[in-house]
Design a protein around this ligand. Structure first.
Ligand code: PMT
Length: 401
């Protein structure tokens, strides 16, 4: 079933009688897993109080474009960037007209222009207003510009008229919102993703590891599920909840990770190695805690197996996608790994920039494959994961043609 886990939804409420249904809509969106922030137009505040929607969403409601205090908290551009989806319900005839004209004369229309997220409208108005050619023309313009629509429904209206123009039921709107994220691009495909760090034991209480948080790998698992894939995460030790509908196998060391991945390979269509696997492990693991002694001690390290290269070289290898975490000559090293490890695709990640590497919220990457490349500009790891999954699905499809 489609869901909205890990999705940020900005719910815009404009001034129509159906605004009272937005209270129920907030709950429906939350039940599907969304984090919801509400923007209300002045007209909406005449029909329902911001306090109601604040209490339900658990967040301050945004009402003014030119509010210095609100801008200090989360300004209109941040709100536009935060959104994975802008949903406007109800969308009145006036709001549709302002959107179609590209106006930015209040907070809601400004965010609608400033966001790169998908925009979903749930129109609600009197049936005659809906049938008016001006509204039809506005709806056509908005559809052409990529706005999605849900409803309106047909039936008895608050004004006593009967016909099209009633806002769809909140459950149907929430389902349409969730449906926008389930692409079905990888329906029926089996995807295995490695994530997080590995821990290489030194003795019973110490280990070697790195700063990977697992955020990028877990975001990929979410994107794979949303694309309809049967998804397994092989994760090193991280503090993250498992995305819904994902099978998760926890491991500690590189050798554990390799064992699990090899067992999964025969039933895997796409293998994505996002884990920061330790290249070396201590050559010997002390049976007891190593005691403090000499001023200097030497640690002998043994090379770990390369999980990704091993899988890429296996008989009937799946479509393999690696990551290259680099601090210099990022693209050159990434292309080298693409070729040397025999991969189908590699994601070059410049981890010298702390805003887009280990344990950051955002990422920016360049994706390379044999005869192509694509830059993905800085965005949340969730957004990068969705774009990556689209590219992977496309190249995977092309490789099987
Ligand atoms: O987890 P986050 O905090 O969200 O951070 C995300 C990330 C920075 C860890 C991620 O975006 C990333 O870049 N992951 C790859 C980290 C890495 O180990 O890169 P590498 O260039 O050392 O390795 C190249 C590839 O080989 C990687 O796909 C890696 O998973 C794989 N590998 C490496 C060594 C090894 N022994 N086995 C492997 O499979």
């Amino acid at each position: 079933m489609a869901h909205l886990f890990n999705r940020n939804v900005v719910l815009g409420v404009s001034g129509g009688i159906a605004a009272y249904k937005s209270a129920e809509l907030v709950r429906q969106l939350q039940e599907l897993g969304a984090d919801v922030r509400v923007i209300m137009t002045r007209g909406a505040c005449e029909f329902i109080t911001p306090l109601t929607l604040q209490a339900l969403s658990g967040r301050p409601v945004h009402t003014e474009l030119l509010d210095a205090e609100a801008e200090l908290g989360m300004g209109h551009i941040e709100l536009a960037r935060w959104a994975d989806l802008l949903l406007i319900a109800p969308a009145t005839a006036d709001l549709l007209a302002r959107l179609a004209a590209g106006r930015a004369d209040d907070l809601l229309t400004t965010v609608a222009l400033a966001t790169a997220a998908p925009r979903l409208l749930a129109p609600a108005m009197n049936q005659q207003m809906w049938r008016d050619p001006a509204t039809s023309a506005n709806v056509a313009v908005l559809a052409e510009r990529g706005f999605h629509m849900v409803g309106p429904a047909d039936g008895e209206q608050a004004c006593g008229d009967v016909g099209p123009g009633r806002m769809e039921q909140p459950a149907a709107i929430a389902a349409a919102a969730a449906g926008l994220f389930s692409s079905g691009l990888l329906a029926g495909k089996r995807v295995v993703i490695t994530a997080g760090p590995t821990r290489e034991a030194l003795d019973p209480v110490r280990y070697l590891s790195n700063h990977s948080s697992g955020k990028m790998g877990f975001a990929l698992a979410q994107a794979a599920v949303d694309a309809g894939a049967q998804t397994t995460l092989v994760s090193g030790p991280v503090e993250l909840p498992t995305p819904d509908h994902v099978r998760r196998l926890n491991v500690q060391s590189a050798q554990d990770m390799l064992r699990e991945c090899l067992a999964l390979t025969p039933a895997c269509d796409i293998f994505i190695a996002c884990a920061a696997v330790a290249d070396y492990r201590p050559a010997d693991v002390a049976g007891q805690k190593i005691k403090k002694g000499d001023e200097r001690i030497t640690l002998e390290l043994q090379r770990n197996p390369d999980i990704l290269a091993t899988i890429a070289a296996s008989a009937a290898a799946p479509f393999t996608v690696g990551f290259a975490a680099e601090t210099t000559d990022v693209l050159t090293y990434a292309r080298g790994k693409l070729e040397n490890k025999g991969l189908d695709m590699i994601v070059a990640n410049d981890v010298s920039d702390s805003a887009i590497g280990f344990n950051s919220e955002n990422n920016a990457v360049t994706v390379l494959w044999r005869n192509g490349s694509r830059e993905l500009e800085q965005a949340s790891k969730a957004a990068i994961a969705r774009e990556l999954m689209e590219l992977i699905a496309k190249e995977f499809g092309a490789s099987r043609d």
